[in-house]
Design a protein around this ligand. Structure first.
Ligand SMILES: Cc1cc2nc3c(=O)[nH]c(=O)nc-3n(C[C@H](O)[C@H](O)[C@H](O)COP(=O)(O)OP(=O)(O)OC[C@H]3O[C@@H](n4cnc5c(N)ncnc54)[C@H](O)[C@@H]3O)c2cc1C
Length: 371
């Protein structure tokens, strides 16, 4: 049996789910995920934080554009906010003071709440910090924690309510017909749609190759997280980060989540933590904090998919066969998901223009790659 839709979306992580949510408000959508559950890969393994001054101004714009959706969700979408205040403390060493000051000058134009705090203020916010290891910190009062599970579930409920179809646990191979209609077998039914949306995360290039499209310069990179137990459970502290991006620590039950901020290029696969990355995380944590780790409570790894300019790809690379990309969000795919999903829907339904900074074709233009 054939079933016709306006859009078929491959990938049930936050990118595909968010696009499905916004598109399904006015269009007929089929969302197809290979794994038996939604958000099984990167989207279910993130640190789940919202950081306005993230990586570059494009990611920051997309993050700021998503903020209201998280803080003031439509009551029909969610009765409670998707985010909670957390705050962030980025510590720097004496030799990093100048760099920290220029970082502030660069970011304060759009994130005016960022401010320098001294060593003792940092220690009073995070009492286990070793004062002698730092010269000061940048305080971010706007850093938020995101309830990713709630976000995914509310969006999926929205898709169902709007009449969208969800297919989970389906290993599919899309093919294009002579009339440029995509066909995807999902069990006994064959989904047909004029537009295929590739939201397959680390597998986005695999999907491109399997459908005869040009792959893009996307690099899946492993990131590791370990949770350690703390007496009394997760403390009421802000997130701790090092200025040189070697470590972050976030309150997470039953204690603290610690990441060495690794970025190891990896094949698209179900990622597992490497023992060495876990050991590095604990070593860096113990060097910066007065806390001895006797054992890791649990650990995991996930793939963040990077582009050469660390900006996502959003849009058509092949307008004839209508193959639309949402990929390469790096470490910001959760915090930018509402904006990316909404921009995709505005473009696909109303023909709204997408910023050339996100254009999947930009990598063909050599001068744009190294921004
Ligand atoms: C440790 C870690 C910490 C992070 N912290 C943060 C953070 O604090 N804040 C933030 O915003 N972001 C964070 N990120 C990044 C964020 O998790 C990703 O950017 C985001 O989840 C990417 O979403 P996605 O939907 O593109 O990919 P995924 O969640 O990986 O989803 C892609 C889906 O496509 C499916 N798929 C693949 N091939 C097919 C196929 N042929 N057919 C059907 N389905 C297919 C896969 O099974 C997968 O479920 C973090 C990531 C990691 C790993």
């Amino acid at each position: 049996m054939k079933s016709s839709y306006d859009f078929a979306i491959l990938g049930g992580g936050i990118a595909g789910v968010s696009a499905a949510y916004f598109l399904s408000k006015t269009a007929k959508v089929a969302l197809i995920e290979r794994e038996p559950s939604w958000g099984f890969h990167a989207s279910g393994r993130s640190a789940a934080v919202f950081i306005e001054a993230y990586d570059n101004f494009i990611l920051s714009d997309l993050t700021l554009d998503s903020k209201d959706f998280f803080i003031n969700p439509d009551p029909e979408f969610s009765e409670s906010p998707i985010v909670q205040p957390l705050g962030g403390v980025t510590v720097f060493r004496p030799d990093e003071l100048e760099q920290a000051q220029s970082y502030l000058t660069h970011w304060q134009t759009r994130c005016p709440s960022l401010r320098l705090i001294d060593q003792s203020d940092a220690v009073s916010l995070i009492p286990i910090l070793k004062a002698e290891a730092i010269a000061g910190a940048i305080y971010d009062p706007n850093l938020l924690s995101i309830d990713t599970h709630q976000l995914l579930q509310c969006m999926l409920r929205g898709v169902r309510k709007h009449g969208g179809q969800l297919f989970c646990g389906i290993d599919s191979e899309p093919r294009i017909t002579l009339h440029n209609i995509w066909e995807i077998d999902v069990g006994k039914v064959s989904v047909r749609a004029p537009v295929l949306i590739n939201a397959a995360g680390a597998w986005a290039n695999e999907v491109a190759l399997m459908t005869g499209q040009q792959p893009l310069p996307l690099t899946p990179a492993r990131r590791t997280a370990a949770v350690i137990k703390v007496p009394g459970g997760a403390p009421d502290w802000p997130m701790l980060k090092t200025f040189n991006q070697q470590l972050y620590v976030k309150p997470e039950q039953p204690g603290l989540l610690v990441s060495p901020q690794d970025e190891t290029p990896s094949a698209a696969a179900d990622a597992y933590p490497d023992e060495l990355d876990l050991a590095v995380a604990i070593e860096r944590f113990e060097k910066l904090c007065e806390f001895s780790v006797s054992r890791i409570h649990r650990s995991w790894a996930g793939l963040r998919t990077l582009t050469p300019d660390r900006r996502p790809v959003l849009g058509f690379a092949n307008t004839e066969e209508k193959f639309f990309w949402i990929a390469g969000q790096g470490g910001a795919g959760i915090q930018t998901a509402p904006a990316l999903g909404r921009i995709a829907a505005d473009a696909l339904i109303h023909g709204a223009a997408i910023s050339s900074q996100l254009d999947p074709c930009r990598f063909a233009r050599a001068d744009d790659v190294s921004a």
